[in-house]
Design a protein around this ligand. Sequence first.
Ligand code: ADP
Ligand code: ZN
Length: 435
Amino acid sequence: MSNYYQKEIETAPREEILRIQNEKIVKQVKHVYENVPYYRDLMDKKGVKPEDIKSVDDIKKLPFLTKDDLREGYPYGLLGTDLKNIVRIQSTSGTTGRRVVAFYTQKDVDLWEECCARAIVAAGGTNEDVCQVSYGYGLFTGGPGLNGGSHKVGCLTLPMSSGNTERQIQFMMDLGATILCCTPSYAAYIGESLEDAGYKPEDNKLKAGIFGAEPWTEEMRREIEKSLGIKAYDIYGLTETSGPGVAFECEEQSGMHINEDHFYAEIIDPDTGEVLPEGEKGELVFTSLDKEGFPLLRYRTRDICILSREKCSCGRTFVKMSKPLGRSDDMMIIRGVNVFPSQIETVLLKEGYPPNYQIVVDRAKNNDTFDIYVEFSPEQFSDKVSEIQAHERSLTAAMRSMLGIGPKIHLVPPRTIERSEGKAVRVIDKRKLHD
Ligand code: ADP
Ligand code: ZN
């Protein structure tokens, strides 16, 4: 049996969730129409009036919002209330261009923190836990979100922020941290650093990790679970919709429950904008249901995933989203072939390599070059040229069968690829510099 932070709503019958959503959407659309001229214009252009939206079924009549809209409206263009009511801003990490700023009233902050609290409790957290928050603090939403959630649950919160890995380890061991929150790439790095410091997985007191903010594979989950001796839970979110906690994993670890009392999710065909039937893969679109400061209707996340309403053994009734299968703007087109970093990670881990890699794409003589730098694990490491070449050949073949094209593999000694304390930089696309 699962523990819940807000049992009544997390396990509510579908009809009840729908009733709440229908009630909230009418208010939210009215709020946006009256307070956000930018979106009012979009609605007027489409000929939609707030009265046309009577239930979530009518959401499909509303215009989409994209990151470009938010950039255009920067900084105050999509603000939903007077600045005097705003108590906080956060900002995207700018992975894909100009930063986007989001605004929060005190109520927005509270609801966001509750969403994070639900994630912590779903991962087994209680007020007896020591929760180490090693996401970055500051404009990035990871640290503040999980920090707030941890307080709400009543955990002893260690606001470590990211970086200074030696100190992370010292606090983790001295204070007996039981839950670790950070990006999956930083979790892998912390695992590695613990091993380097001579600790075994059973030496720490950790029981669970809440990892998100970037894509990670099932193979990477197993690596992290093994190296830290924990159960690793996924958490999803984006600054535009508040931050982490939009969706979170339960003990079933098979997709993340979307907090449907606060966010309405749709899956659309990214090319046509058409809403797809349940179970189909497409772009995730969110409509906030009760945001005051930064309410976004039909916001296109660019994350590609699948929704499922299959009954979950944890008892939660919220719809589940699959791990994002890459963001539509993460995809590289190399020699005409679509390549996602997650495919490369899957091959590496299957072939027994650690998840430390960097992809370099460039153009030479009008042809794309495609290089992957991969670390040997300490056990595989060899300084015999013939052995290294044999490994490189077999990894190239495995990549070719997954991707359809063969990269040039460069195996490098353990611990030589730069580690990340936040979101990992996996791809360096130098072609963009020439354009
Ligand atoms: P940026 O767009 O600058 O990276 P954010 O820091 O708000 O801004 O990041 C949000 C994005 O991070 C999401 O749209 C998604 O692509 C990615 N993301 C967040 N959580 C996860 C997760 N658990 N798995 C995969 N990707 C994630
Ligand atoms: Zn569940």
